[in-house]
Ligand binder design. Structure first.
Ligand SMILES: Nc1nc2c(ncn2[C@@H]2O[C@H](COP(=O)(O)OP(=O)(O)OP(=O)(O)O)[C@@H](O)[C@H]2O)c(=O)[nH]1
Ligand SMILES: [Mg+2]
Length: 394
């Protein structure tokens, strides 16, 4: 039976419309998230280039890394988490990723810290996620409570002011305590006295890539102090007087500035001048410290201890909202040889909303070169190009 021409035309149109609809649904994305086309700061994101293992001495797994090996190849190091009981499932999720990609080969112990006693459930679930030893520590008041010179009324007044300015967690005293503990307390905990290196792990983070060498031995054998994955700008409203206080400290101790420091990185005012202005001379570019692999000898040094004490006395952990990330980063940028700071480009990592996702067959579950799966404006927070500019990609 012949079909009338208008009906044929309509049918054809319907098919064409359906094809167009399907194309719109499934066409390759040209949004800001497309690797390579998504960002204005880099000519080309180095994460798109093939990533292998770092240069230098690398130690592989062996029977000497068995959990109970007597003459172990492990160095004095631990995986470290400050965490609450109610975050146990998110903590286990982080552990599962890190155990799968790395620690089942090396069996470094996990040390968990909490300001409250760990529950039986927390201990059971976390120990079940690893063959390595787990250590559970309650932080005593001396390390956790605000110091005696912090005035509660002044804290309340400044927190209210910060909150009005949109500073996240401003009124949450425990957040301030957490930042201070991570800045100047954790490495003094008696449970860590025999440890030299740590790898900080938060609940609900992800690791994507197989890492086949002992990361702590890499730090020790190659004389590295600090390792990071992601570099971001901070909110200057959280730290208006951190840099002025740092300058006062430097004026008192001019010899503390390292000859090979990344001072220019700390004070850069080219890439984001308005941040530098609001922070009174600090670029706000920092190592994102929810991931850090570091040598506690640096934090335990006289230089850093003097710096932390100066900052602590100034009160900015409470009257402003100084984070451990900018405090660590400024100290590393001023007082350490920048060649001792290592970018772990090969460790695939995510803490919402940012990623470090290398181009490597060892990685699964992240999109190569994608910095964030959040809102497009978050790309502005990327300050890796600044670190590469002043310190390179080593
Ligand atoms: N035990 C304990 N752990 C805490 C406390 N506050 C924060 N933490 C832990 O400290 C780490 C950092 O805290 P977060 O709240 O994640 O801070 P953040 O990463 O700046 O904030 P988000 O971007 O919201 O994740 C996490 O591992 C928390 O579990 C606290 O009061 N007690
Ligand atoms: Mg967090």
């Amino acid at each position: 039976m012949a079909i009338a021409r208008p009906v044929r035309t309509l049918g054809l149109l319907a098919v064409l419309l359906w094809c167009f609809f399907l194309y719109q649904m499934f066409k390759p994305s040209t949004s800001v998230f497309t690797p390579g086309a998504r960002y204005m700061n880099f000519e080309r994101d180095p994460m798109l280039d093939p990533t292998g293992e770092p240069d230098g001495i690398l130690v592989r797994t062996s029977e000497k890394y068995a959990p109970d090996a007597e003459d172990s190849d492990r160095v004095a190091a631990t995986l470290l988490a400050l965490v609450r009981n109610e975050e146990v499932d998110d903590m286990v999720a982080s552990m599962v990723d890190l155990e799968r990609t790395w620690n089942h080969k090396f069996n470094y112990p996990w040390t968990f810290f909490n300001d409250k006693p760990f529950s039986a459930e927390f201990k059971k679930k976390t120990q079940a996620a690893t063959n390595a030893k787990c250590i559970y520590e309650v932080i005593s008041d001396e390390f956790w409570q605000p110091p005696s010179w912090i005035d509660q009324d002044k804290f309340d007044a400044s927190a209210a002011k910060l909150e009005k300015q949109g500073v996240q967690y401003a009124k949450m005293m425990s957040y301030h305590q957490m930042c201070r503990w991570n800045s100047g307390m954790f490495y003094k905990q008696p449970a860590l006295k025999d440890m030299r290196y740590y790898w900080r792990v938060e609940p609900k983070v992800h690791f994507f890539c197989d890492v086949d060498y002992d990361v702590f031995r890499y730090m020790q054998d190659n004389n590295k102090t600090y390792g990071f994955t992601i570099n971001l700008y901070d909110d200057p409203k959280t730290l208006p007087t951190l840099w002025p206080e740092t300058q006062k400290f430097l004026a008192k101790h001019p010899t503390y500035l390292h000859e090979q420091s990344a001072h220019k990185w700390v004070t850069d005012d080219i890439k984001r001048p308005e941040h530098n202005l609001a922070a009174q001379g600090f670029s706000t570019c920092h190592f994102w410290s929810n991931f850090e692999v570091a040598d506690m000898e640096f934090w335990r040094s006289k230089v850093y201890e003097d710096y932390f004490e100066h900052l602590d006395k100034a009160g900015g952990f409470f009257y402003e909202r100084w984070g451990d990330a900018p405090v660590h980063s400024i100290a590393l940028g001023l007082f350490e040889d920048k060649s001792k700071i290592h970018w772990f480009r090969d460790i695939g990592y995510q803490h919402i909303p940012f990623f470090n996702c290398p181009n490597s067959p060892k990685c699964k579950g992240c999109v190569t070169g994608r910095l964030t799966d959040g809102e497009a404006f978050l790309h502005r927070e990327d300050c890796r190009p600044n670190w590469f500019k002043y310190a390179g990609q080593g």
